[in-house]
Every structure is written in structure tokens, then in C-alpha cells.
Write a protein that binds this ligand. Structure first.
Ligand SMILES: [Fe+2]
Length: 342
């Protein structure tokens, strides 16, 4: 009789019997562009399995819902800190339009955020905040970025490697805190990334799991078009951590040749004359560090023949760099041009 009563209550109350999800409040919410800039991927974390992954969104009210999936991420540290990373793609949004959204499940929703999709077409000026090397501590730019992102001063953000210092530190507690502190900007503006040397631990697993860049390469390399720009993100770290295998470096090289070949086809170049490639380490630099005096920087010359420049040449792209401390650099030397080098 008792068993029948329990079964009856179970069916009557449905999911409430299993309503035991102590760490299911969404946190670390951030967004990125999907395969095109009117697809927005929402990513967040919960510490228990919510069994469902949902985003409710709309132009003024949240009257539409999209569902996604979650993956279990286990950090490589001794505590094997684990969390569920949720991903939902909001597809075919209207361009140049503000949306409100929240993320979660039956166990709890995030606060409401908003973002604005970029304009359609190529004939407009892209506003990007571009930086690298931002940690949890001493993040002088953070409050300004949070404030301006929420005022929609940027169409996108590019964080070009080195996050948190480091995301794996303290059994990934530092990574969790970093993702919380960027939420005020990264939940409001697409937060596009590339990997840096500080993400190396456990084969870049914190980076690969926490971010959701376009394409199938776990955010390590990808490209996307926005306005008159073709942005390309590469991993310069493949050249320095070949202990993880050279195959990904080869894959990236082949992909990059192919990507640049397409981007430089006449019809594409006419539409998007700007091709901007970002990676964490510069190919050229002009200060007095040993790295800059080394004429055979692996990211430029390859290991030994798979360097980035080789890929760019193969694709017919003239490589010019304006990297690091705003010095004009070209062909292994600091340039002092009378005219602007882009
Ligand atoms: Fe670095």
C-alpha cells in the first residue's frame, strides 16, 4: 500500500519528486557569434546536471524559446572540479535589433540580459574592443569594459588570449571567477576569443570547454564575417606546445590556406576588403626581448615549414602586421613608414 502511494505521488507530482538539484543556478553566462552574426550562441555553467538547457528570448519580451545541450567538463586538477557547460544557439535573429533573454532550466533562470545584433551587409563601421592578457586580479580595464559593453558601445569583443591567470588555477576556481566577472560584458556583447599560452594546462581544456566559437575546432581556430571584415582566429600556441601533437597544427595550416583562399577571391574581397587575423603571439615585435631578436619565431617560420606566413603566402595574402605596442612592423623589422601600414 505504501509503495502504491509513493508511485501515485510520483506520477502526480511529476518532476517535483526529483527536484533535487542543489547547484543548478545558471552562472558565467556569455554569448558569441555562431556560424553567422545573426546567430547567437549562449553559454553558461551549472554545477549539477539540470537535464535540460533552455534560453527564452525575444525583442521586447521573452516570448520565444530555444533548446540546446550540456556537456560535463571535468578540470584536470587534483580535485577534478566538474561543471555542466550549457550551449544554446539562437538562430536567424533580426539584424540590428535588441533582444532580451535569460538562460536556464526548470531548476532556475539567470537574470535577464540583453544584446544587440549587428547590422546586416558590409557597408558599416564595426566597433570592436580588442585586448588580451586580462586576469582576475589587477584587471584595470574591466569596469570600463563592463560599463561600455552594457551601453552597446561595441559590436563585438576580441579577447586575444591569456585569461584569468590562469583558468585552471586552484582547481579551476580562478576560471569560474573569471567567467563570472566578465559576465556583465560577455552576456551583453559577443565575446570572441583566441587561445593564449596561459590556457595550455591539460591540453587547453579550460579554454576549449568554456568558450563556444564558430566551427568544429573547439574554439582553437575559426573565422567569421562581420560588416566589411573577415576575422580569422588562429592558435599560435600549436607552434609552442607540440607535445600535444602536431596534427592540430597541420589541420590549422590546411584550414587557414583554404579559408584565406576563399576570403581573397575577388567577389569576397570586394565585399569584405579587410582581412584581420588575430592570434595571441605576434609574428613580429620590436622591443628588446630575446623573442623579438629571434629571427626564427616559430609562429612565423614554422616548425620548420608550417609557419603562418607560409600559409598566408600559399593563399596569396600579403602579410603586414601592426602588432604589439602599436609599433609598425614589417618583414622582420620595425618599420618607420611615412604612410600608414595597416
Ligand atoms: Fe601570453
Amino acid at each position: 500500500m505504501k509503495l502504491i502511494l509513493v508511485l501515485y505521488l510520483s506520477s502526480l507530482l511529476g518532476t517535483s519528486i526529483a527536484y533535487d538539484c542543489a547547484y543548478c543556478q545558471p552562472e558565467q553566462v556569455h554569448i558569441a557569434f555562431g556560424e553567422k552574426t545573426n546567430d547567437i550562441v549562449v553559454t553558461w555553467s551549472t554545477f549539477n546536471d539540470t537535464k535540460e538547457t533552455r534560453v527564452q528570448y525575444g525583442k521586447n519580451v521573452m516570448d520565444t524559446e530555444a533548446r540546446g545541450y550540456s556537456t560535463l567538463f571535468v578540470d584536470g586538477g587534483p580535485r577534478k572540479h566538474s561543471q555542466y557547460i550549457h550551449r544554446v544557439t539562437l538562430r536567424d535573429l533580426e539584424y540590428d535589433t535588441e533582444y532580451v533573454y535569460h538562460a536556464g532550466s526548470v531548476y532556475g533562470w539567470s537574470e535577464q540580459f540583453n544584446f544587440k545584433t549587428p547590422p546586416a551587409g558590409e557597408d558599416w563601421v564595426v566597433r570592436a574592443a580588442i585586448y588580451g592578457d586580462m586576469g582576475n586580479k589587477n584587471a584595470h580595464s574591466l569596469s570600463y569594459l563592463q560599463d561600455e559593453a552594457q551601453r552597446h558601445k561595441f559590436d563585438l569583443i576580441l579577447h586575444v588570449g591569456d585569461f584569468a591567470y590562469d583558468m585552471d588555477t586552484d582547481d579551476a576556481a580562478v576560471g569560474d571567477q573569471f567567467m563570472r566577472q566578465i559576465q556583465p560584458l560577455a552576456a551583453a556583447v559577443p565575446y570572441m576569443t583566441c587561445v593564449g599560452n596561459h590556457e595550455e594546462k591539460y591540453n587547453f581544456s579550460n579554454y576549449k570547454n568554456r568558450f563556444s566559437m564558430p566551427g568544429p575546432q573547439q574554439s582553437m581556430f575559426y573565422s567569421f564575417d562581420i560588416g566589411p571584415i573577415h576575422f580569422v582566429s588562429i592558435s599560435t600556441e600549436y607552434y609552442y606546445f607540440i607535445n600535444y601533437g602536431i596534427h592540430m597544427l597541420m589541420n590549422q595550416y590546411d584550414w587557414l590556406v583554404d579559408d584565406l583562399t576563399k576570403a581573397t577571391q575577388r567577389e569576397n574581397r570586394e565585399k569584405r576588403p579587410w582581412i584581420i587575423i588575430y592570434g595571441h603571439r605576434p609574428m613580429y615585435c620590436a622591443n628588446d626581448e630575446a623573442e623579438c631578436r629571434n629571427q626564427r619565431i616559430p609562429v612565423r617560420t614554422g616548425v620548420p615549414f608550417i609557419g603562418f606566413v607560409v600559409a598566408a603566402w600559399a593563399a596569396g595574402v600579403e602579410v603586414r602586421c601592426r602588432l604589439r605596442r602599436t609599433t609598425h612592423l614589417y618583414a622582420s623589422a620595425a618599420a618607420r613608414p611615412r604612410t600608414m601600414i595597416y
